[in-house]
Design a protein around this ligand. Structure first.
Ligand SMILES: CC(C)(COP(=O)(O)OP(=O)(O)OC[C@H]1O[C@@H](n2cnc3c(N)ncnc32)[C@H](O)[C@@H]1OP(=O)(O)O)[C@@H](O)C(=O)NCCC(=O)NCCS
Length: 204
Protein backbone atom coordinates (compact mmCIF):
# COMPACT_ATOMS: atom_id res chain seq x y z
CA UNK A 1 0.00 0.00 0.00
CA UNK A 2 1.27 3.48 -0.83
CA UNK A 3 2.17 6.04 1.84
CA UNK A 4 2.45 9.83 1.60
CA UNK A 5 6.16 9.62 2.41
CA UNK A 6 6.65 6.95 -0.26
CA UNK A 7 4.91 9.08 -2.91
CA UNK A 8 6.92 12.17 -1.92
CA UNK A 9 10.14 10.18 -2.22
CA UNK A 10 9.17 8.62 -5.55
CA UNK A 11 6.41 10.61 -7.32
CA UNK A 12 6.77 8.43 -10.40
CA UNK A 13 4.65 5.75 -8.69
CA UNK A 14 1.61 7.95 -9.38
CA UNK A 15 2.76 9.73 -12.55
CA UNK A 16 0.82 9.05 -15.74
CA UNK A 17 0.78 10.62 -19.21
CA UNK A 18 -2.49 11.45 -20.93
CA UNK A 19 -2.75 12.06 -24.65
CA UNK A 20 -5.27 14.72 -25.69
CA UNK A 21 -6.85 15.23 -29.11
CA UNK A 22 -6.00 18.90 -29.46
CA UNK A 23 -2.74 19.33 -27.55
CA UNK A 24 0.57 17.63 -26.84
CA UNK A 25 -0.83 16.00 -23.73
CA UNK A 26 -1.00 16.22 -19.98
CA UNK A 27 0.93 14.73 -17.11
CA UNK A 28 -0.97 13.52 -14.05
CA UNK A 29 1.46 13.57 -11.13
CA UNK A 30 1.78 14.35 -7.42
CA UNK A 31 2.26 18.00 -6.45
CA UNK A 32 5.97 18.68 -5.88
CA UNK A 33 7.82 21.21 -3.72
CA UNK A 34 9.05 22.94 -6.88
CA UNK A 35 5.44 23.62 -7.99
CA UNK A 36 4.79 26.68 -5.79
CA UNK A 37 5.06 29.24 -8.62
CA UNK A 38 3.18 27.09 -11.12
CA UNK A 39 0.44 26.36 -8.62
CA UNK A 40 0.18 30.05 -7.74
CA UNK A 41 -0.30 30.77 -11.46
CA UNK A 42 -3.06 28.16 -11.62
CA UNK A 43 -4.85 29.56 -8.55
CA UNK A 44 -4.48 33.20 -9.59
CA UNK A 45 -5.99 32.49 -13.03
CA UNK A 46 -9.16 30.84 -11.66
CA UNK A 47 -12.27 32.87 -12.48
CA UNK A 48 -14.53 34.29 -9.75
CA UNK A 49 -17.10 31.58 -10.56
CA UNK A 50 -14.58 28.76 -10.23
CA UNK A 51 -13.37 30.28 -6.95
CA UNK A 52 -16.94 30.34 -5.68
CA UNK A 53 -17.29 26.65 -6.46
CA UNK A 54 -13.87 25.51 -5.21
CA UNK A 55 -13.25 27.62 -2.09
CA UNK A 56 -9.48 27.36 -1.66
CA UNK A 57 -8.09 29.23 1.36
CA UNK A 58 -6.47 31.74 -1.03
CA UNK A 59 -5.42 32.23 -4.64
CA UNK A 60 -1.90 33.56 -4.32
CA UNK A 61 1.69 32.42 -3.91
CA UNK A 62 1.35 32.13 -0.12
CA UNK A 63 -1.47 29.62 -0.52
CA UNK A 64 0.42 27.70 -3.19
CA UNK A 65 3.48 27.59 -0.96
CA UNK A 66 1.34 26.36 1.95
CA UNK A 67 0.00 23.50 -0.18
CA UNK A 68 3.52 22.59 -1.30
CA UNK A 69 4.84 22.76 2.28
CA UNK A 70 2.08 20.32 3.31
CA UNK A 71 3.47 17.56 1.08
CA UNK A 72 3.90 14.42 3.24
CA UNK A 73 3.48 16.47 6.43
CA UNK A 74 -0.22 15.98 7.10
CA UNK A 75 -2.89 13.70 5.67
CA UNK A 76 -3.22 15.53 2.36
CA UNK A 77 -2.30 14.18 -1.06
CA UNK A 78 -2.49 16.61 -3.95
CA UNK A 79 -2.01 15.74 -7.60
CA UNK A 80 -1.79 18.08 -10.52
CA UNK A 81 -2.52 17.93 -14.22
CA UNK A 82 0.26 19.70 -16.09
CA UNK A 83 0.42 20.51 -19.79
CA UNK A 84 3.27 18.89 -21.65
CA UNK A 85 5.70 20.25 -22.54
CA UNK A 86 4.98 23.73 -21.06
CA UNK A 87 4.45 22.41 -17.54
CA UNK A 88 1.48 24.77 -17.00
CA UNK A 89 -0.69 23.40 -14.18
CA UNK A 90 -4.28 23.05 -15.39
CA UNK A 91 -5.84 20.93 -12.67
CA UNK A 92 -5.59 20.21 -8.96
CA UNK A 93 -6.95 16.94 -7.54
CA UNK A 94 -7.01 16.79 -3.77
CA UNK A 95 -7.31 13.95 -1.29
CA UNK A 96 -7.64 14.24 2.44
CA UNK A 97 -6.81 10.77 3.73
CA UNK A 98 -8.18 11.43 7.22
CA UNK A 99 -11.81 12.26 7.87
CA UNK A 100 -13.09 15.33 9.69
CA UNK A 101 -15.28 14.54 12.74
CA UNK A 102 -18.02 16.85 11.42
CA UNK A 103 -18.15 14.81 8.21
CA UNK A 104 -18.28 11.53 10.17
CA UNK A 105 -21.18 12.85 12.24
CA UNK A 106 -23.12 14.27 9.29
CA UNK A 107 -22.79 11.06 7.28
CA UNK A 108 -23.70 9.00 10.36
CA UNK A 109 -26.92 10.99 10.66
CA UNK A 110 -27.59 10.08 7.03
CA UNK A 111 -27.04 6.40 7.82
CA UNK A 112 -23.52 6.13 6.35
CA UNK A 113 -20.82 4.97 8.74
CA UNK A 114 -17.46 6.31 7.61
CA UNK A 115 -14.23 4.61 8.63
CA UNK A 116 -10.46 4.66 8.13
CA UNK A 117 -10.88 3.13 4.68
CA UNK A 118 -12.77 6.24 3.49
CA UNK A 119 -11.22 9.51 2.29
CA UNK A 120 -12.20 12.95 1.07
CA UNK A 121 -11.72 14.14 -2.54
CA UNK A 122 -12.18 17.31 -4.59
CA UNK A 123 -11.24 18.42 -8.11
CA UNK A 124 -10.64 21.79 -9.76
CA UNK A 125 -9.69 22.36 -13.37
CA UNK A 126 -8.49 25.59 -14.99
CA UNK A 127 -11.41 27.43 -16.59
CA UNK A 128 -10.27 26.67 -20.13
CA UNK A 129 -10.16 22.93 -19.36
CA UNK A 130 -13.61 22.64 -17.77
CA UNK A 131 -16.52 21.00 -19.57
CA UNK A 132 -14.33 19.11 -22.05
CA UNK A 133 -14.47 15.67 -20.48
CA UNK A 134 -11.05 15.93 -18.85
CA UNK A 135 -12.37 15.41 -15.32
CA UNK A 136 -14.01 12.18 -16.43
CA UNK A 137 -10.99 11.09 -18.44
CA UNK A 138 -8.78 11.41 -15.38
CA UNK A 139 -11.21 9.89 -12.90
CA UNK A 140 -10.03 6.27 -13.27
CA UNK A 141 -6.56 7.50 -12.28
CA UNK A 142 -8.04 9.25 -9.26
CA UNK A 143 -9.91 6.11 -8.21
CA UNK A 144 -6.71 4.09 -8.63
CA UNK A 145 -4.81 6.48 -6.33
CA UNK A 146 -7.47 6.05 -3.65
CA UNK A 147 -7.35 2.27 -3.94
CA UNK A 148 -3.56 2.24 -3.69
CA UNK A 149 -3.86 4.13 -0.41
CA UNK A 150 -6.23 1.46 0.86
CA UNK A 151 -9.33 3.61 0.51
CA UNK A 152 -12.58 1.89 -0.43
CA UNK A 153 -14.85 4.93 -0.58
CA UNK A 154 -14.54 8.66 -1.28
CA UNK A 155 -16.71 11.47 -0.02
CA UNK A 156 -16.61 15.00 -1.41
CA UNK A 157 -14.27 17.27 0.53
CA UNK A 158 -16.54 20.07 1.74
CA UNK A 159 -19.42 18.71 -0.34
CA UNK A 160 -20.44 20.22 -3.66
CA UNK A 161 -22.21 23.60 -3.83
CA UNK A 162 -25.88 22.81 -4.42
CA UNK A 163 -26.15 24.95 -7.56
CA UNK A 164 -22.98 23.52 -9.14
CA UNK A 165 -24.89 21.49 -11.72
CA UNK A 166 -21.86 20.53 -13.79
CA UNK A 167 -19.87 19.19 -10.84
CA UNK A 168 -22.90 17.29 -9.54
CA UNK A 169 -23.38 15.70 -12.95
CA UNK A 170 -19.63 15.00 -13.11
CA UNK A 171 -19.60 13.22 -9.75
CA UNK A 172 -22.81 11.33 -10.55
CA UNK A 173 -21.51 10.08 -13.89
CA UNK A 174 -18.36 8.86 -12.15
CA UNK A 175 -20.31 6.78 -9.67
CA UNK A 176 -21.00 9.07 -6.69
CA UNK A 177 -24.44 9.15 -5.14
CA UNK A 178 -26.13 11.70 -2.91
CA UNK A 179 -26.41 11.14 0.82
CA UNK A 180 -27.79 14.50 1.98
CA UNK A 181 -27.20 18.24 2.17
CA UNK A 182 -25.90 20.75 4.69
CA UNK A 183 -25.29 24.47 5.08
CA UNK A 184 -21.64 25.37 5.58
CA UNK A 185 -20.20 27.99 7.94
CA UNK A 186 -20.29 30.42 5.00
CA UNK A 187 -24.07 29.94 4.71
CA UNK A 188 -23.74 28.12 1.39
CA UNK A 189 -25.87 25.00 0.84
CA UNK A 190 -23.86 21.99 -0.26
CA UNK A 191 -24.57 18.37 -1.09
CA UNK A 192 -22.84 15.34 0.35
CA UNK A 193 -21.94 12.62 -2.13
CA UNK A 194 -20.09 9.33 -1.74
CA UNK A 195 -18.43 6.90 -4.11
CA UNK A 196 -18.09 3.30 -3.13
CA UNK A 197 -15.38 2.59 -5.61
CA UNK A 198 -15.32 -1.13 -5.00
CA UNK A 199 -18.68 -1.08 -6.75
CA UNK A 200 -17.50 1.37 -9.43
CA UNK A 201 -14.21 -0.34 -10.20
CA UNK A 202 -12.65 0.53 -13.54
CA UNK A 203 -9.19 0.02 -14.89
CA UNK A 204 -7.03 3.17 -15.01
C1 LIG B 1 -16.15 19.85 -11.65
C2 LIG B 1 -15.04 19.61 -12.66
C3 LIG B 1 -13.81 19.04 -11.97
C4 LIG B 1 -15.58 18.53 -13.66
O1 LIG B 1 -14.60 18.27 -14.65
P1 LIG B 1 -15.03 18.44 -16.20
O2 LIG B 1 -13.92 17.96 -17.03
O3 LIG B 1 -15.50 19.84 -16.41
O4 LIG B 1 -16.28 17.45 -16.28
P2 LIG B 1 -16.71 16.54 -17.50
O5 LIG B 1 -16.67 17.39 -18.75
O6 LIG B 1 -15.92 15.28 -17.47
O7 LIG B 1 -18.20 16.17 -17.11
C5 LIG B 1 -19.15 17.19 -16.88
C6 LIG B 1 -20.55 16.66 -17.12
O8 LIG B 1 -21.48 17.67 -16.72
C7 LIG B 1 -22.31 18.03 -17.82
N1 LIG B 1 -22.61 19.45 -17.66
C8 LIG B 1 -21.89 20.51 -18.05
N2 LIG B 1 -22.51 21.65 -17.68
C9 LIG B 1 -23.65 21.26 -17.04
C10 LIG B 1 -24.71 21.97 -16.43
N3 LIG B 1 -24.73 23.30 -16.38
N4 LIG B 1 -25.71 21.25 -15.86
C11 LIG B 1 -25.70 19.89 -15.87
N5 LIG B 1 -24.70 19.17 -16.43
C12 LIG B 1 -23.70 19.87 -17.02
C13 LIG B 1 -21.49 17.70 -19.04
O9 LIG B 1 -22.30 17.58 -20.19
C14 LIG B 1 -20.86 16.38 -18.58
O10 LIG B 1 -21.78 15.34 -18.57
P3 LIG B 1 -22.00 14.35 -19.85
O11 LIG B 1 -20.66 13.81 -20.21
O12 LIG B 1 -22.94 13.32 -19.35
O13 LIG B 1 -22.56 15.17 -20.95
C15 LIG B 1 -14.68 20.90 -13.45
O14 LIG B 1 -15.77 21.33 -14.24
C16 LIG B 1 -14.26 22.04 -12.54
O15 LIG B 1 -13.11 22.13 -12.16
N6 LIG B 1 -15.23 22.94 -12.19
C17 LIG B 1 -14.93 24.12 -11.38
C18 LIG B 1 -14.57 23.78 -9.96
C19 LIG B 1 -15.59 22.86 -9.33
O16 LIG B 1 -16.78 23.01 -9.49
N7 LIG B 1 -15.06 21.87 -8.60
C20 LIG B 1 -15.87 20.91 -7.89
C21 LIG B 1 -15.93 21.31 -6.46
S1 LIG B 1 -16.80 20.08 -5.50
Amino acid sequence: MLTLRGVADDPTVLTRHLALDDAAGLVFRPLAHADADGLAGFLAALSPETRRLSTFPGYDLATAQELCDAIARYDKLRLVLAEAPSGRIVGLLEFSLDLHPADVERYRAAGVHLSATDCRFGATLADDYQGRGLGTRVFPLVADVARRFGKKRMILWGGVVADNARAIRYYEKNGFHHTGSFTGADGVRALDMILDHESARRDP
